[in-house]
Design a protein around this ligand. Structure first.
Ligand SMILES: O=C(O)[C@@H](CO)OP(=O)(O)O
Ligand SMILES: [Mn+2]
Ligand SMILES: [Mn+2]
Length: 532
């Protein structure tokens, strides 16, 4: 990448990589590398590739215990640089107390005297979209700064953490809120639902998900009513036997059966997820005057702030507690400045990964004459273990056609299968998902062969390569009933990266003089003169 300053967009010729060759850039979502046992759905992959880290500080996350995720993975791939990510920035702002001096907090504070503060977000310690400890600090900071009435609208996880763990998270939150009540604050959980069924849709795949949340959070209406949230989660897991990700929406009601926390005029609302993709739709519903995605019935006049600003291009939401990472000078922007033509494609559930995240959490094109973004509609209303093939073939066909058309220099896709099916925890289906992704890669490599191009195949983080929770020695763990503890989350594993194709200069290899976190972990016999 060039330096900053005037004319800095001009890209120099690469000393080893020939110019004018079509490059296919493939991101295998949720595709890591781990010991090949029967819980590793990927180990049948045809070859071993170079490994790179895709979690922790290597991708801008606070600690080495943080698994990778799509946002940070694609941000890093698209920008070619590592930024302190939302999770870290929120940690710093909370630790220093600066969050309470910012414009965003001042804005919501204006409602504290006469209104309720509503906190909406994912309740877990997964660290991908949000973190419980950050919510706890925010609750404390809010009451210290004058909030008197607080309602928390929870979204249960089971995707970044073990299924069933939501009961413990709700118990912890209930305890905190009851401590606040003892101190004279009016603080309660008001509504809830599973993240994949309530509120946290993304890329406008299914607005019904956001509507279910709106009805519960804003209107105080839901098919299930409970007196407390621990009971709600326990009961709904038994009947209708929903898992944490898919709990139906519920509201908490008082002794007369009235919802305890609908959002009203004069209230303040904070969405406490730091990650963008699954909060943008709710932010639009809360913020846009013209809105036709569903009937909001009642649009309360509130002061709304996001934990972060989720979309830098749409400036959404307008108010936020912490400034997002400034992911600038991304590869996509460089490419258009240099007349390089790009084609980007995935299906809806990952479409924003190769566009929005890739471009530094910025929606839209840099230059529509040089870029074409194609979204293949995802299946709606199913869990992907039912349809593990997803749209991998369709994505690969679009990539193939784009490569063969000769109209593009870079063709970049995300193949979602390993990740989206891996999150369901269904091992059989995840094996199918990996095979399908493998076939899609083959189709793309074949097209690259035909045009004499170059391919780069990698992943944003691990998921499907390990589907079971393990003890320290690596042994799969059983729960108290003797059942395997299935891992629905991402992993801390490294991911493969492969580069090849007839367009690559003969003997070109990965360089190994870059900082350790980006070097391979295998013992390759690198020949310095052919590093790329
Ligand atoms: O589905 C999601 O939101 C996350 C997991 O929380 O997965 P990914 O980072 O792969 O998009
Ligand atoms: Mn991902
Ligand atoms: Mn994922």
């Amino acid at each position: 990448m060039g330096s900053t300053g005037q004319n800095a967009w001009k890209l120099a010729d690469h000393p080893k990589l020939p110019k004018g060759k079509t490059v296919a850039m493939v991101v295998l979502d949720g595709w890591g590398e781990a010991k090949p046992d029967e819980y590793n759905c990927i180990h049948t992959a045809p070859e071993k590739w170079r490994l790179i880290k895709a979690h922790g500080t290597a991708v801008g996350l606070p600690s080495e215990d943080d698994m990778g995720n799509s946002e940070v993975g694609h941000n890093a791939l698209g920008a070619g640089r590592i930024f302190a990510q939302g999770a870290k920035l929120v940690d710093l702002a909370l630790a220093s107390g600066k969050i309470y001096d910012g414009d965003g907090f001042k804005y919501i504070k204006e409602c504290f005297d006469n209104g309720t503060l509503h906190l909406i977000g994912l309740l877990s310690d997964g660290g991908v979209h949000s973190r419980l400890d950050q919510l706890q600090l925010l609750l404390k900071g809010a009451v210290d700064n004058g909030a008197k009435r607080i309602r928390v609208h929870i979204l249960t996880d089971g995707r970044d953490v073990l299924d069933g763990s939501s009961i413990g998270f709700v118990e912890t939150l209930e305890k905190d809120l009851s401590n606040l009540r003892e101190k004279g604050f009016d603080a309660q959980i008001a509504s809830g639902g599973g993240r994949m069924y309530v509120t946290m849709d993304r890329y406008e795949n299914d607005w019904d998900v956001v509507k279910r949340g709106w009805d519960a959070q804003v209107l105080g209406e839901a098919p299930y009513k409970f007196r407390n949230a621990v009971e709600a989660v326990k009961k709904l897991r038994e009947e209708p036997k929903a898992n944490d990700q898919y709990l139906p929406p519920f509201v908490i009601v008082d002794e007369s059966g009235n919802p305890v926390g609908p959002i009203k005029d004069g209230d303040a609302v904070v969405t406490f997820n730091f990650r963008a993709d699954r909060m943008v739709m709710l932010a639009k519903a809360l913020e846009y005057e013209d809105f036709d995605k569903f009937d909001r019935v009642r649009v309360p006049k509130v002061h709304y702030a996001g934990m972060l600003q989720y979309d830098g291009e749409l400036k959404l939401p307008g108010h936020y507690l912490v400034s997002p990472p400034e992911i600038d000078r991304t590869s996509g922007e460089y490419l258009v400045h240099n007349g390089v033509r790009t084609f980007a494609c995935s299906e809806t559930v990952k479409f924003g990964h190769v566009t929005f995240f890739w471009n530094g959490n910025r929606s839209g094109y840099f230059n529509q004459e040089l870029e074409e973004y194609v979204e293949i509609p995802s299946d709606v209303g199913i869990t992907f273990n039912v349809q593990p093939k997803m749209k991998a073939k369709e994505i690969a066909e679009k990539a193939r056609d784009a490569i063969l058309s000769g109209k593009f220099d870079q063709v970049r896709v995300n193949l979602p299968n390993g990740d989206m099916v891996g999150h369901t925890g269904d091992i059989e289906a995840t094996i199918v998902a990996c095979k399908v992704a493998d076939d899609a890669v083959k189709m793309i490599i074949d097209a690259i062969e035909q045009v004499g191009g170059i391919f780069v195949i990698t992943a944003d983080h691990g998921n499907a390569e390990d589907m079971v929770k393990r003890d320290k020695s690596g042994k799969p763990l059983l729960d108290k009933n003797g059942n395997l503890q299935i891992l629905t989350s991402h992993t801390l594993q490294p991911v493969p990266i492969a580069i090849g194709g007839p367009g690559l200069a003969p003997g070109a290899r990965f360089r190994n003089d870059v900082p350790h976190r980006w070097t391979c972990q295998c013992s390759c016999n690198c020949d310095e003169s052919s590093w790329i």
